[in-house]
Ligand binder design. Structure first.
Ligand SMILES: *Cc1c(COP(=O)(O)O)cnc(C)c1O
Length: 223
C-alpha cells in the first residue's frame, strides 16, 4: 500500500508545480481522491497517508464503505461526484459533505423538500455539461444562469461552485477555461475540474478541486 502513499505525494507535487507555474497558490487546490470501486484496504492506505477528501460516484457503494471509516476519521470530507437519483436524496444527505453533481431542477426540488423536512443540506455544486454532449449529465451552459437563479430564488439553495468533465479525446483546456470563466462570471468560488489524465492542465486553468482516481489507486477493475 506504499504505492498509494507514493502516488498521493506525486500527484500532490504535480498539483503544487502546476499551481506555481500558473502563479497560483497551491493551497487553493484541493485534491479529491476519487475512490469509486476502491475497497477498504485502499481507502485505509490513503487515510494513513493523510488524505481526507474523497469522491464517490454511487450512494449505495459509499453507504457500504464509509460510515465505519468516518467514525475513525471525523475530519473526513466526502463528495458525491456521480449522478444522484431523487429517491436516494435522503440517504445521500446522511453521507456526503458536498454534492458536486446537482444537475437538474427535479433534484433541486428534492433537496429543498428534504431541507423543509428537517435535513441539513451538504455544500452544493452544479454539474455543467461543458462540452454540450448528448450523453453527458450536467446543466447546459446556456441554461446555467437560469438554473442557478431557480436554485437560489425558488429553492433557497446555496450553490457554491461548478463541476464539469470535458469531452474525451480532446484538448481539455478550452473547456476548463470556459468553466473557470463561468465560475468567475457567476461569482462562484469552487471550480471542480481535472482527473488523472489532465489535472495539471485543470490547475493551470484555475481549478480549485481536482478529482483524481486511477493515478492514486490504479486502474479500476469493475466486477
Ligand atoms: C472516476 C471519476 C473521476 C476520476 O477519474 P480518473 O480518471 O480515474 O482520475 C473524476 N471525476 C468523476 C466524476 C469520476 O466519476
Amino acid at each position: 500500500m506504499t504505492d498509494i502513499a507514493d502516488a498521493l505525494t506525486q500527484v500532490q507535487d504535480e498539483i503544487t508545480a502546476a499551481a506555481r507555474a500558473a502563479g497560483r497558490d497551491p493551497a487553493a487546490v484541493t485534491l479529491v481522491a476519487a475512490s469509486k470501486t476502491v475497497e477498504e484496504p485502499g481507502l485505509r492506505a490513503a487515510l494513513a497517508a493523510g488524505q481526507r477528501v474523497f469522491g464517490e460516484n454511487r450512494v449505495q457503494e459509499a453507504a457500504g464503505k464509509w460510515p465505519a471509516l468516518r467514525d475513525a476519521h471525523p475530519d473526513l470530507e466526502l463528495h458525491l461526484i456521480g449522478p444522484l437519483q431523487t429517491n436516494k436524496v435522503n440517504q445521500a444527505l446522511g453521507l456526503f459533505d458536498v454534492i458536486e453533481s446537482l444537475d437538474r431542477p427535479k433534484l433541486a426540488r428534492a433537496l429543498a423538500r428534504a431541507r423543509e423536512n428537517g435535513a441539513t443540506l451538504p455544500r452544493l455544486m452544479v454539474q455543467v455539461n461543458i462540452g454540450q454532449e448528448d450523453q453527458k449529465a450536467g446543466v447546459d451552459p446556456a441554461e446555467l444562469e437560469s438554473f442557478l437563479a431557480e436554485c437560489r430564488d425558488e429553492h433557497r439553495l446555496d450553490v457554491q461552485g461548478l463541476m464539469a468533465i470535458p469531452p474525451a479525446e480532446q484538448d481539455p483546456r478550452p473547456y476548463f477555461t470556459r468553466l473557470r470563466r463561468l465560475c468567475d462570471e457567476l461569482g462562484l468560488d469552487r471550480c471542480s475540474m481535472g482527473m488523472s489524465g489532465d489535472f495539471a492542465q485543470a490547475v493551470e486553468c484555475g481549478a480549485t478541486m481536482v478529482r483524481v482516481g486511477s493515478r492514486l489507486f490504479g486502474e479500476r477493475e469493475y466486477p
